[in-house]
Structures are given as C-alpha cells and as structure tokens.
Design a protein around this ligand. Sequence first.
Ligand SMILES: [Zn+2]
Ligand SMILES: [Zn+2]
Length: 554
Amino acid sequence: MTNETLRVLPLGGLGEIGKNMMVVEYGGRILVVDTGLMFPTPDQLGIDLVLPDFTYLRERAEDIEAIVLTHGHEDHVGALPFVLRELDRAPVVYGGPLTAAMVRSKLDEHRLKDVQIEDLLAGQTFESGPFSVEMVKMAHSIPDAFAVAITTELGTMLVTGDYKFDQTPVDGVPADVSRLAELGREGLLLLCGDSTNADRAGMSLSESAVGPRLREVFGRCEGRIVVTCFASNIHRVQQVVDAAGALGRRVALIGRSMRKNTNIGKMLGHIDIPDGMLVGPKEIEDFPDHKLVVISTGSQGEPLSALRRMAHGDHPNVDLHDGDTVIFSATPIPGNERAVNETIDRIYRLGAHVYTTADVPVHASGHGYAEELKLMINLTKPRYVMPVHGDHKRLRLHGELAEAVGVPPKSIFRGENGLPLEITKSGAGWAEREQAGLIFVDGMEVGDIGDVALRDRRMLSADGIFIVVATISEQDGRSVVPPEIIFRGVPFAEESDSFVDELREAVEGSLARSAKDQITEIDLLQDHLHDDIAEFVYQRLKRRPMILPVVVEV
Ligand SMILES: [Zn+2]
Ligand SMILES: [Zn+2]
C-alpha cells in the first residue's frame, strides 16, 4: 500500500442489517464513519447487544483522527461508548446537533465525560489529518441525518448514511440534491450507499403523507389511542401530536427513551408541542379516554418496553382495555416479527384493537427505494460503487441498480465486513482481509463471551440441566452413598421416577468402571461421568441437556 492509497474497510453493516462501521484510511491515518450496534437475535441468549469486532481500531488507536457520525440511530452510534472505552486516546467525535446531543447523554450514562464532541450543521466542513470532511444534508427517519463527503489528495468519497429523497420532509428541508449533483460534477471517486430498501421498487412514501393518515385513523377511534413508534422518530412524534391536537386530544409520552428524545428534540427545535398539550404519565388513568393519545416505545416488541408491559397488563400508568386502539406506526426490523406479533395478540386479549402498517398506511420508511438509490448514483456519478448497509441480497440488488444506471460491473464492489477496498490513481481492488466479526455485550461487560457461554445458554434453555453429585470412597473410588440427582428444565418423559432410578444406576455403573480402571483423578472421573450420563440421557430422552457431575471424595 503506497501513501496515495485510499483504503476503505467496512467493519460492520455489510451482509447484515445493523452495526454499521466504516474505516477510511489515507496516508496511514484513519477516519471512522459510524460506530453502530445491532440488537441480538433470539438464539443469542442472554446477550444484550452485539457490536462490530473493532480489534482493528484498537490496534491502530494512535492513527485515528476522528469519528464521524451520520445520524443518531443505534445502528450507527450505539457502539460508541464501547469503542471509546477501549481506545487509549479518545478521538474527536463529530455529528449533527441532535446526534451529538443523543451521543452525549449516552456517553454520560457510561461515565465517559471527557470526550470532545463537535456539533456540525449541514454543509459544514472540517479538516482532520489528511481528510477534509463535509456533512451533506439528507432526509431520514430522524432529524440531522447527513451524508459524509471525505476528500483526500486522491479524490472525494461519499458515505450516504441512511437516506431517502423525501421531497416534502416534515422539517421542510429536503436532502441537499444540488450539493450531491455538484459532487458528481466535481468527480466522485467512490460512493458507499445505503442498501436497506434496494429490494423495494419505486420511491418511498414521504413522511408528510403519514400525518393526514394518522388523523384519519384517529377520527375512527372512539376510546383511547396508543401510538407506538421509534423514540428517535421525532418527526413522527410531531405528526402524532399534530393529529391529536386537530381532534382535541391531549398527549402523554410513555417510555424513558420517548421522553428523553422528545425533550432533546424540543430543546433543539425539531419538535413543537403546544403548552398544556402534555399529560403526565400519572394523570393518564384519570383522563377521559376519548381525549387522549398515548405515544409509547415498544414498536419492536422489545422485552422491557412500555408497550410490551402494557400488553402484559403490567404497566404502572397505562391499563389497556376495551375501546382502546393501539397503532403500530413502525414496521418490525427483520428478526423482531415474532415479538411484535406476540405483543399484538396480547393486546387483543386485553380487549383493545390494533392497527399495523398492514392495515393502514401509518408509516413511511426512512430508507430510499430502488428509484431513489438510482437517483443517488445518477446525481453523484461515482467512478466506483460499494453498496453498504444491507444483507447480502440487498447489497447485490443495489449493485444491480448501479449497473442499470450505467456503472460498469467492474467498478461495482460488493464487499464484506473485514474486506478492505483499496483505491489508487490506477484502479481499485480488494486487499488482504482484516479481522472483523461480532462481539457481544452481556450487561455492561464487553467481551468475546464466545461460543462456550452461548452454547451453555442455548443448552439450558432448550434441554435444561442435570446435576449429579456422587460421593466416592477415597480408598477404592467406589460409590459409598446413592448419587444425588437434581434436574431443572428437562422436558421429561412421564415415567420420571423409574428414569431417575435408572440414571442413578448408570452413575454407579460409570463410577464402578472408573474404579476398576483405577482412575482416581477427580477431573478425569468427572469427565467420564459426564460422558456416560450424557450418553444415557441422550439414549433415553433424545435430548442433550447440560450435565454437571460433581464428585466428592470421603
Ligand atoms: Zn438510520
Ligand atoms: Zn441504519
């Protein structure tokens, strides 16, 4: 790699939805775009968060000039506290005012007080080492969403962040199309574009279209209305507030992040709630149903969210009942469908009615559809294209869209996490693979919890656990009292009593065999015992519970 090489290394967000992180390198210096996280899938038991493996950043900590955040969504900023904690010297963090405010409160929670965070407005630029960086206004489902144009001696690359081309955004400021076109005219070297909705034909719905539809649906509701959406979707919250106001209803905000984000949004002027409009959580139950709209977190069926608690009849302030209507103003992120469906069904059980986006169009995606992705490419005319932010299918579809608008196939790079793209004056190509992958966060601990703990949890949840306590004689290793057998969560055959007796015999048999072979080492004894019990249990129950043998010598 010569000094005149631009190196673009995705550490997350390719081949998956979430944990977006991109390392841009020039002249040995590094600029990081986004530090996102991902929420765990149901088979990652007991894991709270999933982060990109950022070993590469830890090893190159000295070379990092800055971290730039495109917008405030968790899949773009969520890993920041964990990354900063691991770097000896925290680089400066840049982002839009809302992004900066959200990140600041996040870092406070992690007691990271000394990080320098710089607010940038749309169109603002900054210099950092060999990089000159410009924030370009985009539209998305959160205010202050920017594309990042990064210029080095070699040329300019653009990381779009998440975007749509909304012609009538709620804040009235559409994406800076003319600046994008200008970048194209100046000659864009590389475009790294959002692929989330590459599989959807046409153009996405404008966010402004959602408001009138909400009002329409509200008009049909006689009792209380609960709307659930992403807490960061401040423009959506605004539209719910407006629709409520138009029908003479007042609004209550439920869920910690809903109140927090709405407050930040109010402070920064992104949301306008008339005085006297808000009803406190404690007043909800005493307020007339037909005069109230509750805005709640939990649109993804998240386990501890306000809506999920309401659905389980377990929320301190909102008791869902007959006549209530719950409106899901969000679609489930892939992987969350089951939790959402379960929540919906629970709500029906309580007597309330549910509308989802399948029933009424009360949601607009924050990500551009196929025609918008083509428009981005036509505007910016990049020499090379690397689709990002999508699973393999969407990365491929995004590549096909690029081809459709005339980008030569050899200039389209369908990448993977950990695979660096190197660009020089003479061309572009893949370089040697770097470490990339997942790390898990279990509570507040970060680490490679690794396969062992996950496998254990999977076993425990699927097949339960057997604990066998055997007491043997120190002299000859024979069993001196009947082994004790404890089991939990084992999906059990009905003849449980005889099964336990037989298992006890199997334990004694195993101990006798070890005694005969003169095995006295406790660890080895326990290993043998483990294997014999596992074999027996599998033969009988066709299950593989966790087996914990404990051998005590007397
Ligand atoms: Zn986003
Ligand atoms: Zn995203």
